[in-house]
Design a protein around this ligand. Structure first.
Ligand code: CTP
Ligand code: MG
Length: 221
């Protein structure tokens, strides 16, 4: 799998790349790896790290032979492409996961992998949308209000047959969503149930929510 962790975390403002920002005392990258390996079905992880933090990422992964670390690119897509180049020959199913979704639970990884194995070449986790969503133009004029029943908020890990992901990125187009690239190249994408714990840590407020979630888990245990 490809764990994209090369962003700088400007909106979080932690004074370090987001992957290394602490959540309950441990870097987001540590939490993310715990979810990844917790599912027991991921054999190889490529951490795509900021070029300034390749060594630090290697230190976090320790001697684990299942982990490779490579330097990322200028945007998320370039980082995914860097990760693709570091896959092993036998990585047939490839998950792409944002380190920013550091609390994605092991069962979410397992669910996505299971759906790819079941014959879906591209799989994304999605949650029902609770806000009403409107399509607007650049001037803020509302163009449409899609039926909420048909909307999903999409998360990572996203899972792909490797050739499908490679084909999607072959055009060199940038996107924040790998499945979106698959759609643009004519591929079918399937949604499975997402998980609220896979929230994306973008701002300090998100970090506070993640902290509360994690403490809940800790205190419940
Ligand atoms: N990412 C990456 N390489 C980049 C940019 C982003 O690997 N050049 C990764 C981030 O590490 C993150 C995911 O893509 O796991 C989603 O990006 P985002 O949440 O925007 O993280 P940052 O880019 O780090 O945050 P910001 O945009 O606030 O700087
Ligand atoms: Mg970003």
């Amino acid at each position: 799998m490809i764990l994209v962790a090369a962003g700088s975390g400007v909106r979080l403002g932690a004074g370090m790349p987001k992957a290394f920002a602490p959540l309950c005392g441990e870097p987001l990258l540590v939490h993310a790896l715990r979810g990844v390996f917790g599912c027991g079905e991921v054999g190889h992880v490529v951490i795509v790290a900021p070029s300034s933090h390749v060594h630090q990422s290697r230190d976090i992964a320790g001697q684990d032979p299942r982990v490779d670390v490579v330097a990322g690119g200028v945007d998320r897509s370039a980082s995914v492409v860097a990760g693709l180049a570091a896959l092993h020959d036998d990585d047939g199913i490839v998950l792409v996961h944002d380190v920013a979704r550091a609390l994605a639970p092991a069962e979410l990884f397992a669910r996505v992998i299971r759906a790819v194995r079941a014959g879906n070449p591209a799989v994304v986790p999605g949650l029902a949308v609770t806000d009403t969503v409107k399509v607007v133009d650049a001037d803020g004029r509302v163009l449409a209000t899609p039926d909420r029943e048909s909307l999903r908020g999409i998360q990572t890990p996203q899972g792909f047959l490797r050739e499908v992901l490679e084909h999607a990125h072959a055009g060199g187009v940038s996107a924040t969503d790998d499945a979106g690239l698959v759609e643009r190249t004519g591929g079918q994408v399937r949604v499975v149930d997402g998980d609220h714990r896979a929230l994306k840590v973008t701002t300090p407020a998100d970090l506070a929510v993640a902290t509360a979630l994690l403490q809940d888990v800790l205190y419940a245990g």
